[in-house]
Design a protein around this ligand. Structure first.
Ligand code: FAD
Ligand code: NA
Length: 382
């Protein structure tokens, strides 16, 4: 480790962005990841029987309103013109998501104008009148009324949290988007698409500089004591682990993925089908071939992945921060401790206990590089 100017823990988007920028400055960078591959949670691989690209840690859709991030990433990949859309299966029928005028007309069984639909939803939400919602169910009813809540939110939320929504805190949802038009594009961002050559190729390019060395299957904590204190470290692993869980573990939800190859060219006609019925145990089915309609995948087989959501134990992959008030308190304590680690920069979703979309992780890395890391690296020369 002493041969390097910078050590980066984690080869996901946050770590890879810092590595790429530092290498550009002529710095020698060592990137460690304990997994056997680069890419972090955005890693994808071609399923062996079909060659279909599968995002190993859940479907990853790239979208951003941030032109600087978009231009930066376009140095390492081109993007397809894929636009994400999501459907939901409910009681043997299929509706488009997020809830839009099409969903509402279909669900209530009649044509409505935007104003008709607004009026109807407002009437149904009035059930809560001026009462202050005391749980997630009441909060959702106050936002969209009971019928839409019971159809599209209750079962799905119960499965996501494995908890009755009446027992979930109301602060989990602040808004439930309803679109009073027929637009069913999932994302509103100006830039959207999927990487033409897949996600992993982006990371191969970002890390291709001869100034960058990558050590996989390498846990930082196995090496920590051999790293001279003078070398700056960018740490994108879990912040509670860094401090030996001294204030307790931060809560996360995880997802179990069940992957199958089916002998049909098209199982569900779209990439993502949510399942709103509580009686169906999974939350959604992904069919990966639909992310890349431009590729000529074989037409007699398809890869589908069922997702099951639950809270994570220490051994599971942490995916979504739970962020209870007690988690928030713990995180603040860890964050204070991290401020005393002068030579360690905490970043990324695990290092800051925050859900970050890919563009946010890249944007945060570019910012932190400019403001803190580049100045530190330049000071090393003197
Ligand atoms: P990560 O990608 O998690 O990388 C951190 C890396 O650090 C990991 O590879 C880990 O192995 C490594 N590491 C941790 N501890 C150590 C250690 N002690 N030693 C060595 N290495 C270590 N974003 C979108 O924009 N669109 C989406 O559609 C989308 N879908 C998602 C779906 C799911 C299920 C999840 C969980 C996330 C999704 N995201 C999506 C978010 C996206 O995955 C993150 O934005 C991105 O992974 C953040 O990058 P990162 O570098 O911060 O973290
Ligand atoms: Na290299």
């Amino acid at each position: 480790p002493s041969a390097f100017d910078l050590i980066i823990v984690g080869a996901g988007f946050y770590g890879a962005t810092i590595a790429e920028r530092a290498a550009e400055l002529g710095k020698r960078v060592l990137v460690l990841d304990r997994r056997p591959h680069i890419g972090g949670n955005a890693y994808s691989e071609n399923e062996s029987e079909t060659g279909i690209e599968v995002h190993k840690y859940g479907a990853h859709l790239f979208h951003t309103p941030n032109e600087a991030v978009w231009n930066y990433l376009n140095r390492f990949t081109s993007f397809t013109d894929y636009k994400h859309r999501v459907y939901t299966s409910l009681r043997g029928q299929v509706y488009s998501m997020p809830i839009n005028l099409g969903t509402i007309c279909q669900f209530f069984g009649r044509q409505m104008s935007p104003d008709d639909a607004r009026r109807l939803v407002a009437e149904q939400a009035a059930e809560m009148a001026d009462r202050i919602p005391s749980n997630l169910e009441e909060k959702a009813i106050s936002l969209i009324g009971r019928p839409l809540y019971e159809a599209f939110i209750r079962g799905y939320t119960a499965k996501q949290w494995q908890t009755d929504p009446r027992d979930l805190p109301e602060y989990i949802i602040t808004r439930l988007p309803v679109r009073y038009n027929f637009d069913n594009r999932y994302f509103n961002d100006r830039f959207e698409g999927l990487p033409v050559d897949g996600y992993t190729a982006i990371f191969e390019k970002m890390l291709s500089s001869p100034n960058i060395s990558v050590a996989l299957k390498t846990d930082y904590f196995a090496l920590r004591d051999t790293i001279p204190k003078t070398i700056p470290v960018v740490y994108t692993g879990a912040i509670d682990r860094f401090f030996d869980f001294s204030h307790g573990e931060l809560g996360w939800r995880t997802i179990d993925f069940e992957t199958e190859v089916l002998h049909t060219g098209d199982f569900q006609g779209t990439a993502v089908m949510n399942y709103a019925d509580e009686s169906i145990p999974f939350t959604r089915i992904l069919e990966f071939r639909h992310f890349n309609p431009e590729r000529d995948y074989q037409t007699d087989k398809t890869v589908v992945v069922k997702e099951y959501s639950r809270s994570a134990s220490k051994l599971d992959e942490p995916y979504y921060p739970i962020n209870t008030p007690s988690d928030k308190e713990k995180y603040l304590k860890y964050k204070q401790m991290s401020e005393n680690e002068g030579n360690v920069f905490f970043g990324g979703r695990l290092g800051t206990y925050r859900y970050l979309d890919m563009h946010q992780a890249i944007g945060a890395a570019l910012k932190s590089f400019e403001s803190e890391i580049a100045p530190r690296l330049k000071a090393q020369q003197e």
